[in-house]
Structure formats: structure tokens, C-alpha cells
Design a protein around this ligand. Structure first.
Ligand code: CMP
Length: 392
């Protein structure tokens, strides 16, 4: 069958999206490209460091320069390709291609990718600057895309921002109080070291950070007491944000990536009759996803890319003519995968829910391998299509 040019472009764009953005575990091309980009970023940063050493720069300057130019070309192609495939992003479907690309360009990871290209422009504008080449180190941030843990830290900082802001306010209050007290107590005794607020604030910051006040020793008893209290408050002020971030990090990991266990999969009625090796297979195929109440998991009209099994919690399936509640053991999202039609309904989490996600490729492979699974899913999908309100 002849495929028209626009269709060929759409298929190529979708494939490129899978390779660049989707990060599927078993997609060989995606793994190769990711690995290549990681190696390129790390090598590029090493080259920037090497170039700052005069002997290395004298010996290998031209090769290092050419390598850096090559990296810039690759990063620019990568950036353009990511922008090109943006309309394929599930979160951006429904936007016009231009709008999807503009919104995608504003996401944090794309801003980092754009920043990685800026040093090249700066070098063109300020060829003599010794500072500009070092701005290339910002490229290291590109690795954030490949480290879920970095994204997690970002989310923790955002979610704990109020508590962290309180820490900053406490720290500033302690610093200013200690500085003001020291100025009042010892300002006239040591005018050279503690004679104004800028000097006592530096002293207080050094005491709080436990790096000591340098040469500045308090000479009065009251000054020594204020110093001792400041050092102790410093320990408290610095321990507090560390504890807040540590706890948030733990919570975030626990919430996001709950471990899929054998028992969890075996509890889903559809899988309960499978033999142990098939269940073990599923444990490695399924992806864990935890959602908070109100999260929209799919919208009516979206393209289907996965189906979901509910390990705990409940969801609402809704459309203008439908409102169904599904709970533990039920599944949803199978109809679009079977029919290749858009999603028939919108599905929203009613409670916090632990979901097992089966991506479309794995779903199709399972249909081939497990005839009973296929028969059951098809049966349920037909019943749902005919408006019967049904779980699994
Ligand atoms: P899909 O069309 O991929 O996305 C929306 C999902 O809602 C759909 O698959 C089904 O899993 C689910 N759904 C649609 N209609 C019903 C129904 N009548 N009862 C239960 N679930 C449904």
C-alpha cells in the first residue's frame, strides 16, 4: 500500500519522539542515542576543563576546539529534533503544532538544552573573554534528563519550598540578631573587626557556618556567650533544611516508584490464573505509577499509548454519557489499544492510586503470547463499547 508523504513524515516524527523522548526501556535505538548523548556531554565538559590547562591547550588546542564545535552541532541537531517531535508529546496533544513546540521549548529540560548552546553564541560575540568558555560547563546540566533522581530533587525542593523558605527566614533572623548584638557588645572594643554591621554580619555568617570567626575573637564575657549561642544556632539552622529535603526525598521516592511485587500482579484477577513464570515476566514489564486524587490519566479523544491495572485506589471513567467507578483489580485504557481508535472516555483518579502501566508494545506482545488474556480483554472491551458498565 502506498503511503502519502504527510503520513510518512508523521510516522517518522512519531518514531523520532519514541527514540528521543519516550525513553522506553527496551528500545534499542533510544538507548543508543541516550548513551551517545551522555558520553558526548561528559566528554565535552572534560574538554572544557582540559582547555583551561595552558600546557594541554598549547598541545591539543585545535583538536579540542574542533571536538567542541562538533558537540555544538550535535547538540543543535538534538535540540531541533526535540522541538520537531514536540506535537507527539501526550501532554501537548490538542495544541496546534506551533503551540505545542512553543510550550515544549519552555519546559525546564528544553531551557537547559537551549542554555547549552548559548556559550557558542557568547564566544562568537566575545571571542577574547576568558570567562565565556567556562559557561560551557552549564552543559553538564543536560545530564538531568537522564537522571530521574535529579528530577526528584527538583520536585522535592518545589514541594518543600514553604518549609525551606521558613529556614531561610530563621537563618536570616539569627544572623542579623547575632550581628546586631555583637556590634552593640564589642563594636567599640574592636572597631577594626566588629565596628559596623557589615563586619559583624560577616563574623556572624562565619560563626553560623562553623568556619570560625578567623582572627576575630570576642574579648568580653558577654561577647563569648553570644558567640557560643550563635555557633549552636548555626548547627540547628543548617541541619533543618537538610532534614526537610532528606524527608521529602524519601517520601517522593516512596510515592513515585513503589516496587511492583509478584503478589501485587498476582492479585489482579486477570493475571491470577497465569503460571508463575508468566507473572514474573509481567513484574518486569509493568511500570509503577502512583497518582494523587484528581489526576487525569487519559482524556477522551487522546491517542492510546498504554493500559492500566489498578493495584490500589479507584478511578472514575467519564464521558458525556457515562460515569463508571473502577477500583482495585480493574483495568482501563485497553479499548484504544485494541481498536487503535482515540480514547473512548476520560479517566480521573478518585483517590490516591497505585497503578500498573502496560505500554502498548508490551500489550500487543502479551496478546500474542497469552490467548486467555487476549480473549478476556477483548470480551470486556466489547461489553464496555456497548455501554455496559463494567470493571474487569
Ligand atoms: P480507552 O478507550 O482506551 O480509554 C478510556 C477507557 O475507559 C476505555 O479504554 C475503557 O478502559 C474505559 N471505559 C470506557 N467505557 C467504559 C465502560 N462502559 N465501563 C468501564 N470502563 C469503560
Amino acid at each position: 500500500m502506498d503511503i502519502s508523504k504527510p503520513e510518512r513524515i508523521a510516522t517518522a516524527r512519531q518514531r523520532m519522539f519514541e527514540i528521543l523522548e519516550h525513553g522506553r526501556r527496551r528500545d534499542f535505538a533510544s538507548r543508543i542515542i541516550d548513551g551517545f548523548l551522555v558520553v558526548l556531554v561528559v566528554t565535552n565538559v572534560a574538554v572544557v576543563i582540559a582547555q583551561s590547562v595552558p600546557e594541554v591547550a598549547a598541545e591539543y588546542g585545535t583538536s579540542l576546539y574542533l571536538f567542541d564545535r562538533l558537540c555544538v552541532i550535535v547538540f543543535a541537531i538534538e535540540y531541533a529534533a526535540r522541538i520537531w517531535v514536540a506535537p507527539e508529546h501526550p501532554m501537548l496533544r490538542g495544541n496546534s503544532p506551533l503551540m505545542a513546540r512553543l510550550r515544549f521549548a519552555g519546559t525546564p529540560l528544553m531551557i537547559i538544552d537551549a542554555l547549552a548552546l548559548v556559550p557558542w553564541l557568547l564566544e562568537l560575540l566575545f571571542p577574547q573573554s576568558t570567562l565565556v568558555p567556562l559557561t560551557r560547563l552549564v552543559r553538564l546540566l543536560k545530564l538531568a534528563r537522564y537522571s530521574p533522581a535529579i528530577a526528584t530533587i527538583g520536585r522535592v525542593i518545589v514541594s518543600e519550598r514553604r518549609a525551606l523558605m521558613a529556614c531561610v527566614i530563621i537563618l536570616s533572623g539569627v544572623l542579623l540578631t547575632a550581628a546586631a548584638l555583637m556590634l552593640a557588645i564589642e563594636g567599640h572594643k574592636q572597631p577594626g573587626r566588629l565596628g559596623d554591621m557589615s563586619k559583624t554580619m560577616w563574623w556572624a555568617a562565619a560563626m553560623l557556618a562553623k568556619i570560625g570567626g578567623g582572627e576575630t575573637e570576642p574579648v568580653t564575657a558577654l561577647g563569648r556567650i553570644v558567640s557560643a549561642i550563635t555557633v549552636m544556632l548555626g548547627i540547628f539552622c543548617f541541619a533543618l533544611p537538610v532534614a526537610i529535603i532528606g524527608r521529602g526525598f524519601y517520601e517522593e521516592i516512596r510515592r513515585r516508584d513503589f516496587v511492583i511485587t509478584f503478589a501485587m500482579v498476582a492479585r489482579v484477577p486477570l493475571f491470577s490464573k497465569l503460571d508463575a513464570s508468566a507473572i514474573a515476566d509481567l513484574v518486569s514489564i509493568l511500570r509503577a505509577r502512583t497518582v494523587t486524587p484528581g489526576t487525569t490519566l487519559m482524556r477522551q479523544g487522546d491517542r492510546g499509548d498504554a493500559m492500566y491495572f489498578i493495584a490500589s485506589g479507584s478511578v472514575e471513567v467519564s464521558s458525556p454519557t457515562l460515569s463508571v467507578h473502577l477500583s482495585e483489580g480493574d483495568f482501563f485504557g485497553e479499548m484504544a489499544l485494541l481498536s487503535k481508535e482515540p480514547r473512548a472516555a476520560t479517566v480521573t483518579a478518585e483517590t490516591s492510586a497505585d497503578l500498573l502501566v502496560l505500554e502498548v508494545d508490551d500489550f500487543l506482545r502479551l496478546l500474542d503470547r497469552l490467548p486467555a488474556f487476549k480473549a478476556h480483554i477483548e470480551q470486556v472491551a466489547i461489553e464496555r463499547q456497548h455501554g455496559k458498565l463494567k470493571g474487569s
